[in-house]
Design a protein around this ligand. Structure first.
Ligand SMILES: Cc1ncc(COP(=O)(O)OP(=O)(O)O)c(N)n1
Ligand SMILES: Cc1nc(C(=O)O)sc1CCOP(=O)(O)O
Ligand SMILES: [Mg+2]
Length: 236
């Protein structure tokens, strides 16, 4: 989920030259769990991951006891590790630390990213919700976040939302900053293209995958098609 380091760019001069000339890595899928899961969910997650490349999976089980989330996480984290998918915990730095997760996602009321960084160290990815706010995004970047998330771009049944950014906020962000940005909220394969064109580095998606009429594998495959046919804009 991080951007490319100077060391990585230095390792491959051809890649470095492309990067300097405006090459940008393709937009990737960031899968968010359904709000509630059962013991069979690991099979649904496996099916989803069979549908195409998923960069990250976020376990988002609101209102559930932390020990229960930890128990539910075990097979899912193992599967993600086997499939090279970053395993991200929503809301709780303590749980992310306990599980050795690859990352934690923090909303504006979920704690200070600087405190999270002190606890989790430099290798754990920290994402921060920034709604429709340029100010919050710059604050998150200064606080050491690994990505900023803007949303909700479209109406969603998954969560009550109060902010509706324009896709142009993604273009503004990517023109000024190299830190990756995530677009979230009501994103489907049918409405994703403007977000990719505007510069989203990741599309965070829940309902459109888990509620896909042909199942989660088809849900991810539909996004894989959209991402393959909509290249990202060049870096400014
Ligand atoms: C990738 C991503 N972006 C935004 C959110 C929302 O986080 P938050 O505002 O803390 O709301 P809850 O998800 O905790 O209800 C997210 N989880 N992931
Ligand atoms: C968890 C979440 N956060 C949002 C925000 O705007 O910060 S929107 C959202 C729901 C994402 O699920 P779906 O893809 O089903 O809309
Ligand atoms: Mg939260």
């Amino acid at each position: 989920m991080t951007d490319f380091t100077d060391e990585e760019l230095a390792l491959d001069p051809q890649f470095a030259a492309q990067f300097e000339q405006g090459f940008r890595p393709a937009c990737q899928l960031y899968l968010i769990s359904p709000p509630a899961i059962d013991a069979a969910f690991v099979d649904r997650l496996a099916a989803a991951l069979d549908g195409g490349r998923v960069a990250a999976f976020q376990l988002r089980l609101k209102g559930m006891d932390e020990d229960e989330v930890a128990r539910a996480a075990e097979p899912l984290q193992k599967l993600c590790a086997e499939r090279d998918v970053a395993f991200i915990i929503n809301d709780s730095v303590a749980l992310a630390q306990r599980l050795g997760a690859d990352g934690v996602h923090l909303g504006q009321g979920d704690g200070d990213p600087k405190d999270a960084r002190k606890l989790l160290g430099p290798k754990v990815q920290i994402g921060v919700t920034c709604h429709d706010s340029r100010h919050l995004a710059m604050e998150a970047g200064e606080a050491g976040a690994d990505y900023v998330a803007f949303g909700a771009f479209y109406p969603t049944m998954t969560k009550d939302t109060m902010h509706r950014p324009e896709p142009s906020i993604l273009g503004w962000w990517t023109t000024l900053f190299e830190l990756p940005c995530v677009a979230i909220g009501g994103i489907t394969a049918d409405n994703a293209a403007p977000l990719v064109a505007a510069g989203a580095d990741f599309l965070a998606v829940s309902g459109a995958v888990w509620n896909h009429p042909a199942g989660p594998r088809a849900g991810v495959a539909a996004f894989a098609d959209v991402l393959a046919s909509n290249p990202p804009p060049p870096r400014a």
